[in-house]
Design a protein around this ligand. Structure first.
Ligand code: ZN
Length: 394
């Protein structure tokens, strides 16, 4: 009888120990996860990743230590521009975070100025990520510079002004001329005949009635579409285009340009052909757009110009190239270069150099949040204005 009881007890114990192998401790079943799945860092900056839901040992590794390193505690340090994957190994499971490393930037709107003794000019500097810019002069007897980049001519001669920020130094050559030479104020003065049309793409509600795709076309396309929507921000493309457009208007006017806007509010109904016709009153026309894709990982910006069959190709391409280069330098957004197309109504009806800029992807959660942010839109407008300056000063 007692013997039988022990045998029964043993059987229970064997069953229980088998169960604990098949169904391990609760720890494995908790929601183990990494706090972020992707992260953008600037060279030199660090962030600490963590895996929650486990008490087990975590082993951290990087797919490329030249791009970013990781310590045994999950602290990631950005080393060089590029992308890599940080992996946290917990038992047999792996959790990953994609890390994008970008260079810090400092851009200035002029690299040389000529000013008359007693006169001033201001250099604009932008930093990504945002940082304080320190100004200095190589010779304060010739020209001084304020903490805001305002340069004042003191005595005839040449000196250098330095802008320093994000670990980058930019040099501006300053030529100070005697007050009797009243002909020049700055070497990069924009003449009044430089008129820029800004067309913030789309509008609050599209208009699906059609119009001819171009003067030599029989194809009809919708007059104007509603545009995309930010996957994270839920902000409409048309309102982002308008916000950047209004900032670009201010920036260009501050630099001496005359600006024509195709629209300044959301509640309009202006077709793409009508917008091109407004643009034809200017020297150049810039249409602002945001991209969208079914692939949520697609990122980057590009400009679009008319294709090679047009006599405006060369100048439009030059405008597109200057704008995309300056835009991507200022914003740190990945450049996809210039694309030539013959199917866009807005370009086909243009009689002046015209481009579209696709400023970034609203279908990518990170890029959407970036380009829909008010402060970043200042940098976007600054970058586009630099490109327009570069085009006119070439
Ligand atoms: Zn668009």
């Amino acid at each position: 009888m007692q013997h039988k009881f022990i045998k029964k007890l043993l059987t229970i114990l064997i069953v229980l120990s088998t169960m604990s192998i098949l169904f391990p401790t609760a720890d494995t079943y908790a929601a183990v996860k990494m706090n972020v799945s992707s992260k953008t860092l600037y060279v030199g900056n660090s962030t600490t990743l963590n895996v929650s839901g486990t008490k087990k040992k975590i082993t951290w590794s990087t797919s490329n230590k030249k791009i970013a390193t990781v310590t045994s505690k999950g602290k990631v340090t950005a080393k060089k521009k590029g992308g890599c994957t940080i992996t946290a190994k917990v038992g047999k499971k792996k959790y990953t975070c994609k890390v994008t490393v970008k260079n810090k930037t400092l851009t200035i709107n002029k690299s040389s100025v000529t000013i008359v003794v007693g006169k001033s000019t201001t250099i604009t500097a932008k930093t990504t990520p945002s940082a304080t810019v320190k100004w200095s002069t190589s010779n304060s007897k010739i020209a001084t510079v304020s903490s805001k980049g305002k340069i004042t001519g003191k005595k005839k001669g040449t000196c250098y002004v330095y802008a320093k920020g994000n670990g980058i130094t930019k040099k501006i050559t300053v030529k100070v001329t005697a007050s009797s030479t009243s002909s020049t104020t700055t070497t990069v003065k924009i003449s009044k005949d430089k008129v820029v049309c800004i067309n913030p793409g789309h509008q609050n509600k599209g208009d699906s009635s059609t119009e001819l795709n171009g003067p030599n076309s029989t194809v009809k396309k919708a007059k104007v579409t509603t545009g995309a929507t930010g996957v994270s921000s839920k902000i409409s493309e048309s309102s982002i285009n308008l916000a950047v457009g209004l900032k670009l208007k201010t920036e260009l006017e501050n630099r001496g340009y005359t600006v024509i806007m195709t629209r300044t509010t959301q509640d309009v109904n202006i077709s793409n052909k009508q917008r091109a016709e407004i643009g034809n009153k200017a020297s150049v026309c810039i249409s602002l757009h945001c991209d969208s894709s079914t692939n949520s990982s697609a990122v980057g910006a590009h400009t679009i110009c008319i294709d090679k069959s047009s006599s405006l190709y060369d100048t439009s391409y030059k405008l597109g190239l200057n704008v995309i280069n300056s835009y991507c330098t200022a914003t740190g957004i990945n450049s996809k270069g210039v694309v030539a197309r013959s199917d866009l109504t807005g370009l086909n009806w243009s009689t002046v150099p015209a481009i579209y800029i696709e400023m970034g992807f609203l279908s990518n959660p990170n890029e959407d949040l970036l380009i829909s942010s008010d402060s970043f839109q200042n940098t976007m407008a600054f970058g586009i204005a630099n490109g327009i300056d570069a085009y006119f000063n070439a």
